[in-house]
Design a protein around this ligand. Structure first.
Ligand SMILES: Nc1ncnc2c1ncn2[C@@H]1O[C@H](COP(=O)(O)OP(=O)(O)O)[C@@H](O)[C@H]1O
Ligand SMILES: [Mg+2]
Length: 623
């Protein structure tokens, strides 16, 4: 009768080929695991410091302790219930072999198994809900923290990273942290508990047989060590190749217009193909290692099954082991499968999670701009902005800005002219404090601007640049930019001031939706949307940095005239590469190679027939 019964112990599908895998893995993965664990403990003990990976872990554990404990409790219950299954099987087999079979009395065994299975399913749901839920929450909290922080970084800091690098921290790295905090924790607790318990039960049944069955492990250990380290390297290479492929695709999509206009679609596709081929090759080599790994380990893990059958079977025949114990042993050997795999897996998850958390904290530790201060110092009324002894250069650039003295009278219109790369935009960025300079260089009246919190300082400004940034939303939203909406008349007036009423479709459809980068507008239209955004709440100081370079001279003159006449009494700082349109401002500074080479009223500069005059003449000749 016993011969007819097919027993599939829990987890035995994988069990036969891999059931000893993890005990084996220790030499390769346990070291890693112990390393990660030591790091965890050391970091828990370490002194609290701003944004250390452990500080974040500690904070998370503190806020989610009840959830984590509930999850772990459910996990432990599942493990205990699972360990009961072989005991029921053992009793069932013994019942079949020893007593006179009574079909009704035997029913209690399948019912017990069913009860265990349902309870396991319920508690498994709970641990997934609690443990994976807290891991998701950890990811969410870190993501919001990271996002909030990157918003407060200075432009210089942001520019020191590539977009891809920052995006990778928001995606891959956060994913790795979530996996470590969720499945890593599960694998660690579950694997350790189940593994130890299964071993204890096996030793309890028969220590000699347990020792014999664990004999093939050293061989599998060597195979695992060699292949997992190769696979680890392969996995990293595959991630890199994937990032490279993504970047190539991103470039090809965002640069599709250029590719098409040069008829170079094939060149673009070739770059993607090359990256894709590289990615495929890396993955194939990874798959090759994996295809060796499983069969090779399967040989040795099946050897333990052979040992069990030959020695355990013999002992069973000789009556040293009863049939129930034999089956229970087989089941525990099956249960061991998962812990064995877990050891290797958990080491990997923790290592990746740790590396990712370190990368995330590296960004969190980048210094924020001091945007707000407690004292809330509002800038007092002032007559002028003064720059004194300012020198500035970019890292790794030969360009040098040097301004011994420059005065911008407030309430007036000032223009800055000069050749391309003479330093106009850099100077304006410094004035708006988008680029930070040391104290005692820029003064607002008599007050050093670095004394004024950035939030107050930047609120004084409206800024439109040569390269407008358009968001994929309506034209109106692009203009109002989160500020209270204007009534129809005011909006019309604004569109008129920024020259947008010259375009019928924009005037009639301010609700028109703009696609990514505003590519469904012309360059000049995008620039005027950006100007409308800058003058929306009539800022104290308006900066137009060559913000009309893509419109014709007539439109530029019209827009500037309208803006200047409407903003009488406010400060306007205007850069234009067309000196003729600047004749309407109060004062002009002329720059060359990072220095102010001339300044004065427009007519004075024309009469002087100096550098400004030569730029003016060049424009006339160009037409
Ligand atoms: N972020 C930057 N990093 C390094 N060099 C820069 C950066 N921005 C501008 N520069 C350099 O500074 C110089 C002045 O640039 P800019 O102020 O933009 O000139 P302009 O506005 O007069 O055309 C140029 O030589 C440019 O290459
Ligand atoms: Mg510029």
């Amino acid at each position: 009768m016993g011969g007819k019964i097919t027993i599939i112990p829990t987890s035995h599908k994988l069990g036969s080929s891999l059931n000893l895998l993890g005990v084996i893995i220790p030499s390769s993965s346990c070291i890693k695991l112990i390393g990660s664990f030591k790091w965890f403990i050391r970091s828990i003990m370490e002194k609290r410091q701003a944004h250390s990976p452990m500080e974040m872990l500690r904070e998370h554990i503190k806020s989610y302790l009840p959830t984590i404990l509930l999850g772990l409790m459910s996990l432990v219950i599942v493990d205990i219930l699972q360990l009961f299954i072989p005991i029921v099987l053992k009793d069932a087999i013994n019942f079949l072999t020893q007593s006179i079979p009574n079909p009704n009395a035997f029913l209690k065994y399948p019912i017990s198994i069913l009860g265990l299975a349902v309870s396991i399913a319920v508690f498994r749901y709970f641990w997934r809900y609690f443990i994976l839920g807290q891991a998701k929450a950890f990811e969410r909290d870190l993501r919001s923290k990271l996002y909030g922080h990157t918003q407060k970084l200075s432009i210089g800091t942001i520019e020191s990273h590539t977009t891809g690098d920052i995006m990778a921290r928001f995606t891959n790295d956060l994913n790795a942290v979530r996996m470590a905090a969720g499945m890593g924790l599960v694998a660690l607790v579950d694997g350790t508990l189940l593994g130890l318990a299964a071993l204890v039960f096996m030793l309890h049944i028969n220590p000699t047989l347990t020792a014999l069955c664990l004999l093939p492990m050293p061989f599998v250990a060597v195979i695992t060590k060699v292949l997992t380290s190769r696979m680890g390297r392969g996995f990293e290479a595959s991630q890199k190749d994937f990032a490279n492929l993504t970047e190539k695709v991103r470039e090809a999509i965002s640069g599709i217009r250029v590719l098409k206009s040069f008829s170079q679609e094939e060149w673009g596709a070739g770059r993607i193909q090359m990256a894709a081929r590289l990615y495929a090759q890396t993955n194939l080599s990874l798959a090759r290692h994996l295809s060796f790994f499983l069969p090779l380990t399967a040989i040795f893990t099946n050897i333990s099954l052979c040992i069990l059958l030959s020695f355990g079977g013999r002992q069973a025949i000789l009556g040293e082991l009863d049939a129930g114990q034999f089956v229970a042993f087989l089941s525990y050997l099956g249960i061991l499968t998962w812990p064995m795999m877990a050891v290797g897996w958990v080491a990997n998850l923790f290592q990746k999670g740790k590396a990712a958390l370190i990368r995330i904290t590296a960004i969190l530790n980048e210094e924020e701009e001091e945007y707000e201060r407690k004292e809330h110092l509002e800038p007092p009324h002032a007559q002028e902005i003064t720059i004194r002894d300012l020198s500035f250069s970019f890292n790794g650039s030969h360009f040098m800005l040097f301004v011994p003295e420059l005065r911008i009278p407030l309430g007036k219109s000032v223009a800055i002219v000069g050749r391309v790369a003479s330093g106009k935009s850099t100077l304006l960025n410094i004035i708006a404090r988008l680029i930070q300079v040391p104290p005692n260089r820029i003064f607002y009246g008599t007050l050093d601007v670095t004394e004024i919190p950035l939030c107050h300082w930047r609120r004084l400004f409206g800024y439109a640049t040569q390269e407008p940034i358009i968001f994929s939303t309506t034209i109106e939203e692009n203009i109002s930019f989160g500020r209270p909406k204007k009534g129809e008349e005011d909006l019309k007036d604004l569109l008129n001031s920024s020259g947008l009423t010259l375009d019928k479709d924009i005037q009639e459809q301010p609700q028109r939706f703009l696609i990514e980068l505003g590519l469904n507008l012309s360059g000049g239209q995008r620039q005027r949307v950006s100007i409308a955004r800058a003058i929306y709440d009539n800022p104290e100081i308006l900066i137009l940095d060559d913000a009309l370079s893509m419109v014709d001279v007539k439109t530029e003159r019209h827009v500037l005239q309208t803006i200047l006449s409407k903003r009488k009494g406010k400060t306007n700082i205007i850069v234009s590469h067309r000196p003729s349109v600047l004749m309407m401002v109060d004062y002009i500074y002329v720059m060359d190679a990072g220095q102010i080479v001339e300044h004065g009223k427009p007519q004075e500069l024309i009469a002087k027939k100096g550098y400004f005059y030569s730029l003016y003449l060049q424009e006339k000749i160009r037409g």
